[in-house]
Design a protein around this ligand. Structure first.
Ligand code: PLP
Length: 399
């Protein structure tokens, strides 16, 4: 029997790539809207969107037009020269934050957090503050600075020690945070909901308490919105629903709709900690990624995608919660960013059963399946997944 194209590509991938990702199960060839096709022509409903990145789905005309136009006109300037798309994007992001500030553009989430960490270190040195606080099980990226902030021992410990003192607190515990943050603390880094930990929202009031603790002690409050931001929860930024104003916000993932871009947004005085020469990136804020991000922001506004994330996210969560199955323990999350909670650690099997049924989902934790579909998903598509889910669970249960 001859190998399928997927089997052939997986074998060659395994031989050519470092083993850090393992070998992914599906080889994707193309996408359109919320649908993707693999190299053997199988169609899937994309319920993970490249990890909360493909906010407009695949091949959205606004994104295609903006990127094509910009790459033909001017693809790169470096930071030696400025260009209009970056200025428009920075102004636009500050407008969405609704607070005065300054922007640094990077290429990824981890780089956005590196910028935030360097700001925290510089601020700390100037004010006698020599450590930062982050949350257990939090995720902030894979480069060494962001990894130092990442509270997951399995991905962190073998690469330490790190050149910065990071103290970890249990996520969601305001009393522990108060205990850990003194006037020697330079910054507190928190996700509004912990994404990689399994889409774990904090208890009500945690973010307001964190803001208060930072204000009282003088620590910078850094909110990592790399996964939660740009409409995912039905708000431009998840922290806006908590009624807090951070000192620094980092974003990436959904901002470029698939093009690589990240940003570190410094509000108030945090926007001017960096002086000339303190930080930089050759590719950061390149015109093509900025054009993509502007198209994403325009489209979210024009197509009412914040509202859609709220209403369809609620419909998806309510639909899952209404299903009775011995493997299904519940659902948590906000907007179009949910975790299906399993009664046993069999997320890999549920992910595989979903794939067999034509749905791409992500086994984010051994007992949790993450859903982060494109924000353009329709009510019919949500319904099709809800119809299929009992059968998927049953297939995983019997496997
Ligand atoms: C994905 C993610 C990062 C890292 O972003 P990369 O673009 O992969 O470097 C950082 N923080 C959070 C909360 C994330 O979800």
């Amino acid at each position: 029997m001859s190998a399928t194209r997927t089997e052939d590509l997986r074998a060659r991938y395994e031989a050519a790539f470092m083993p850090n990702y393992g070998v992914p199960p599906v080889a994707l060839a193309r996408g359109e809207g919320t649908a993707v096709w693999d190299v053997d022509g199988r169609r899937y409903l994309d319920l993970i969107g490249g990890i909360a990145v493909s906010s407009l789905g695949h091949g959205h005309p606004a994104l295609v037009e903006a990127v094509s136009r910009q790459v033909a006109v001017l693809a790169h300037t470096s930071n030696l020269y400025l260009h209009e798309p970056e200025v428009l994007l920075a102004e636009r992001l500050l407008g969405l934050l609704g607070a005065p500030g300054r922007v640094f553009l990077a290429n990824s989430g981890t780089e956005a957090n590196e910028a935030a960490l360097k700001i925290a270190i510089k601020y700390g040195k100037a004010h006698g503050r020599d450590y930062v606080v982050a949350a257990e099980m939090g995720f902030h990226g894979r480069t060494l600075g962001a990894l130092a902030l990442t509270g997951k021992p399995s991905i962190r410990d073998q690469f330490g020690p790190f050149p910065i003192d990071v103290r970890f607190v249990p996520y969601g515990d305001a009393a522990a945070l108060r205990e850990a943050v003194t006037d020697r603390c330079a910054a507190v880094f928190l996700e509004p909901t912990q994404g990689e930990a399994g889409v774990v929202p904090p208890p009500e009031g945690y973010f307001a308490a964190a803001r208060r603790i930072c204000s009282e002690t003088g620590a910078l409050f850094v909110v990592d919105e790399i996964q939660s931001g740009i409409g995912r929860t039905g708000h431009w930024f998840a922290h806006q629903a908590e009624g807090v104003v951070p000192d620094i916000v980092t974003i990436a993932k959904g901002l470029g709709g698939g093009l690589p871009i990240g940003a570190c947004l410094g509000l108030g005085p945090a926007g001017t900690v960096f002086a000339k020469g303190d930080h930089g990136s050759t590719f950061g804020g390149n015109p093509v990624s900025c054009a993509a991000a502007l198209a994403v922001l325009d489209t979210i506004e024009r197509e009412g995608l914040l509202e859609r994330a709220k209403t369809l996210g609620a419909r998806l969560a309510d639909g899952i919660a209404a299903i009775r199955h011995p493997l299904l323990k519940g659902v948590r999350g906000r907007g179009l960013w949910l975790a299906v909670l399993l009664a046993r650690p069999c997320a890999d099997r549920v992910q595989a059963a979903a794939q067999d049924a034509g749905f791409l989902v992500n086994a984010v934790q051994p007992d949790a399946i993450r859903l982060a579909p494109p924000l353009v998903i329709t009510g019919d598509e949500v319904a099709s997944f809800l119809d299929a889910l009992p059968g998927i669970l049953e297939a995983a249960n019997g496997a």
